[in-house]
Ligand binder design. Structure first.
Ligand SMILES: *[C@@H]1O[C@H](CO)[C@@H](O)[C@H](O)[C@H]1NC(C)=O
Ligand SMILES: *[C@@H]1O[C@H](CO)[C@@H](O)[C@H](O)[C@H]1NC(C)=O
Length: 238
């Protein structure tokens, strides 16, 4: 009886402390970034957000590589056919990244050159996004999970025909242990601490460019600190 009580209270403590839960977080030292088929011809199929928003997030996704100095691999599908190249802005961000042009494989993992490029990074965590969410992102994410990688799908930077398809694709990935989350969470999980390097000095300008809700907040605070005075009514709010 005593034993049982002890056992029960132990499991209660374990549940409270979350001992059976491991928070797997991105570690910038272990991470690679994949830009999958975000091609100009496929862009029009990213319809679950506006074109302006999608382009912004596609560029932000690509910019995470240089921001955190993590190895990046670009890949395209039939780029000399109807799908076209990657936007020139993405190519310009990655002058030294491998660009694997696939001439048939839908799932990038089916391409030996791509698999070799992924393995050559020596990293165990993958951040990826692509067009479309349900095909290019999901197929590759599932294959990466099967191959033993920890996978984060950047939902901001993947696009597909509509919200239902996106929801199904994200659920399918989560069922396979993929973390589906957006750019803000990915960037801050990589950064961890505003005092890190990279930290506030480069991450705030990144947000200012790609996430104005946060960048403009920082600007407002900056202006107020530099030359601000309280107008009547404000002091009473503090
Ligand atoms: C990444 O590696 C550096 C150098 O070894 C180390 O100082 C740092 O703590 C590591 N970062 C994380 C998040 O583990
Ligand atoms: C600073 O604040 C003063 C008083 O409100 C204003 O006259 C001045 O133009 C401001 N300077 C700048 C650089 O914004």
């Amino acid at each position: 009886m005593k034993f049982l009580v002890a056992l029960l209270s132990l499991s209660a403590i374990a549940a409270v402390e979350g001992k059976d839960f491991v928070y797997k977080r991105l570690n910038k030292n272990d991470t690679m970034l994949l830009v999958v088929d975000i091609q100009v011809g496929l862009f029009q199929m990213a319809r679950d957000t506006s074109p302006e928003e999608y382009r912004n997030h596609a560029l932000a996704h690509s910019a995470i590589g240089p921001l955190f100095d993590i190895p990046t691999i670009l890949t395209t599908s039939a780029q000399d056919g109807p799908n076209g190249p990657l936007p020139k802005e993405i190519i310009a961000m990655h002058p030294n990244a491998p660009l694997v042009m696939r001439h048939g494989e839908v799932n990038a993992w089916d391409n030996a050159e791509f698999r070799a490029a992924v393995k050559a990074t020596g990293k165990s965590q993958v951040i990826l996004a692509g067009i479309t969410t349900d095909v290019c992102t999901t197929f590759l994410a599932l294959s990466l999970r099967e191959a033993g990688y920890e996978v984060w799908a950047n939902t901001d930077a993947s696009g597909t025909f509509n919200k239902r398809i996106a929801d199904e694709a994200n659920a399918r990935m989560r069922d396979a242990g993929v973390t589906t989350t957006g750019m803000f969470a990915i960037a801050l999980e990589l950064m961890r601490d505003w005092r890190s390097t990279p930290g506030a000095a480069t991450v705030l300008p990144f947000f200012d460019q790609y996430l104005p809700a946060y960048g403009y907040l920082a600007r407002g605070h900056g202006y107020a600190t530099q030359n601000g005075t309280l107008i009547p009514g404000e002091a009473e709010l503090l």
